[in-house]
Design a protein around this ligand. Structure first.
Ligand code: ATP
Ligand code: MG
Ligand code: MG
Ligand code: MG
Length: 562
């Protein structure tokens, strides 16, 4: 590509609202522009990088036997009602109405659509297993879009879904996807770790997240220095803004509850989803009551428990009192003397809870129609998942280390969650009807691009890993001398012919401008063609990553550049 013809507006100044390096550099290097909060247009250079990442993903998905499809972004509400997520997903779901007043959403993810797609056509065990994937724009009305495409409201995701006859087959698909992900992020040149994800009610090791290590990451991950233990603490934001309502505090409706044994029983009692129940949290009510949270059948170990409740809360009520055998909070309801600093223990996801249920797993200690802020004093928020550097690992006792990370991908074993609610079944080899087992596997494509920049930059700009660089070589023609022009043109043509894509700065700009732009854009190899070196029949090469400079003979330079 000749830069004189490329649409690539660069910026000298760092845009004021860009807090993290990747966001700043993506704007400055002319990779993207903002249209609205959390909405970005990708310009030629930026889109090229996106396509490189997509190509790597495609290759690895195909290699793993997954098949590419493209599903609608516009999705009828009926599907989401079938799975109960029309209610559960909360305000992050982008909802809209058509001219006939029918409800739709813009897909944040595609479990419903894909389950609906296959459920009437998969009949027998002979049709299974298979894996479908797509690369598509997703929509999420994030409460706080920020950091450019690291957390945007419209973003590109690769999502894959496996359909399996049983648990063992799902385990196999999961492992295959896990291995593919390792390959993909390796090939993208990223320094990443996998962590066991807190997978809500599914729990256990049924989900892993792929975390790119970077200080700007919103997640905090802990690793054991000795064993395999790892966890994503998903630290609660310390400055959560609660939406306040003008409503007066209300008399909460206290309900007689059975004190259920399982989270499902309790959810059924309240006629709501388990997820909603899981989001019920500890608050201090206006009359000084602490309502204990109900948390699902997590595989809770002490570290997680401490992450979740905070050390102070644990001291107040020992773990065994909080959790009964089934892993449900038995709770501490009623007036409890709580030190000021743990007055309110909240989770960012709590903001989604309006008209929620909260209470303890004990008869008569539940409230319904609970609204955070309206019904609770939310005047201090304590980081409930705090875990300290150097704490002993729960598995082996060695020291835990903490680091910040960016979640670029996640793999889940969904089991029969969606096939049950949406009735996706098959006939097994004994002629019996069974629910299909499902797995889902996501990669944030645009987030991966930004994460790569977070890890690969310096004061002058981006330093692209070779595999995802928009162009491999950046040719700088210094001056308009006929000989310089001819050598530059020839090199440009020759490189493109060998399949080494080149960016050619043929603009009539000063050398300084060209050098700065080349460092900013960050292609791995810079070739500088100027008067001084050409007189010695040489071209100058600079490697962006190491800043190493060398001269090569100007005759037949392509093999040397390769
Ligand atoms: P997060 O915890 O950061 O909100 P998530 O767990 O909600 O992400 P998933 O549902 O697991 O995201 O989606 C799969 C992938 O999509 C994520 O691993 C991430 O890379 C990407 N992703 C999710 N939300 C966003 C977003 N708002 N902007 C950009 N990429 C996103
Ligand atoms: Mg999210
Ligand atoms: Mg996450
Ligand atoms: Mg995730």
């Amino acid at each position: 590509m000749k830069m004189s013809q490329m649409y690539s507006p660069t910026l000298k100044e760092t845009p004021a609202d860009a807090e993290v390096v990747s966001h700043q550099l993506m704007l400055r290097a002319g990779l993207m522009r903002k249209l609205g909060s959390g909405i970005y247009s990708h310009l030629p250079l930026g889109y090229k990088v996106i396509q490189k990442v997509e190509d790597i993903i495609r290759e690895e998905m195909n290699k793993a036997g997954a098949q590419e499809v493209l599903l609608p972004a516009l999705q009828p509400a009926e599907l989401w009602k079938e799975s109960n997520r029309w209610a559960d997903y909360g305000p992050e779901l982008m909802r809209l109405e058509d001219r006939h007043k029918r409800d739709f959403c813009l897909g944040p993810t595609h479990e419903e659509v894909i389950t609906d797609l296959i459920k009437d056509e998969v009949r027998s065990y002979k049709d299974l297993p298979f894996n479908l994937y797509q690369i598509q724009t997703k929509f999420r009305d994030e409460i706080r879009p920020r950091f450019g495409v690291l957390r945007s409201r419209e973003f590109i995701m690769k999502d894959a879904y496996s359909f399996n006859p049983d648990k063992e087959s799902l385990d196999e698909s999961y492992e295959k996807m896990y291995d593919s992900y390792v390959e993909i992020f390796d090939r993208c040149g990223l320094d990443f770790r996998t962590v066991v994800a807190d997978n809500g009610p599914i729990g256990g090791t049924d989900s892993h997240e792929f975390m790119v290590l970077a200080d700007s990451g919103e997640d905090t991950v802990v690793f054991c220095s000795e064993c395999d233990y790892s966890a994503n603490l998903e630290l609660a934001d310390s400055d959560i803004e609660f939406t306040t309502t003008d409503d007066k505090p209300q008399e909460l409706e206290k309900v007689e509850t059975p004190g259920a044994d399982t989270i499902e029983d309790l959810a059924e009692f309240f006629n709501c989803s388990t997820k909603k129940l899981l989001k019920s949290l500890i608050y201090q009510t206006q009359d000084g009551y602490v309502l204990a949270l109900v948390r699902g059948d997590y595989q809770l170990n002490e570290v997680k428990l401490r992450n979740f409740l905070g050390t102070a809360a644990l001291e107040m009520a020992p773990a065994e009192e909080l959790f009964n055998d089934t892993g449900i909070v038995t709770g501490f309801a009623g007036p409890v003397d709580i030190p000021d600093e743990v007055r309110v223990i909240a989770d960012p996801s709590a903001m989604a809870v309006v008209n929620g249920v909260t209470g303890a797993n004990e008869a008569d200690y539940h409230y319904t129609n609970v609204n955070p802020e309206r019904d609770f004093t939310v005047d201090a928020i304590v980081d409930i998942r705090e875990i300290k550097e150097g704490e002993p690992c729960i598995d082996c006792g060695a020291e835990l280390t903490m680091t910040r990370g960016i979640e670029v991908g996640q793999v889940f074993k969904l089991g029969t969650k969606y096939s049950d609610s949406m009735k996706a079944t098959y006939i097994d080899d004994n002629g019996k009807s069974q629910s299909i087992f499902m797995g889902c596997y996501g990669i944030g494509v645009t987030r991966t691009v930004a994460a790569a920049i977070e890890q690969n930059h310096d004061d002058y700009g981006i330093i692209w890993p070779k595999s995802i660089a928009p162009y491999s070589v950046h040719i700088m023609q210094l001056g308009n001398d006929e000989e310089i022009k001819r050598v530059s043109e020839d090199l440009y043509t020759a490189l493109n012919q060998t399949g080494l894509e080149a960016l050619y700065d043929d603009r009539s700009e000063r050398a300084g401008v060209k050098f700065n732009d080349a460092d900013l854009i960050g292609c791995p190899i810079q070739v500088i063609i100027g008067k001084n070196s050409l007189e010695d029949n040489k071209l100058e090469i600079k490697l962006r990553q190491t800043d190493e400079k060398l001269k090569i003979n100007a005759d037949n330079p392509v093999p040397k550049i390769k």
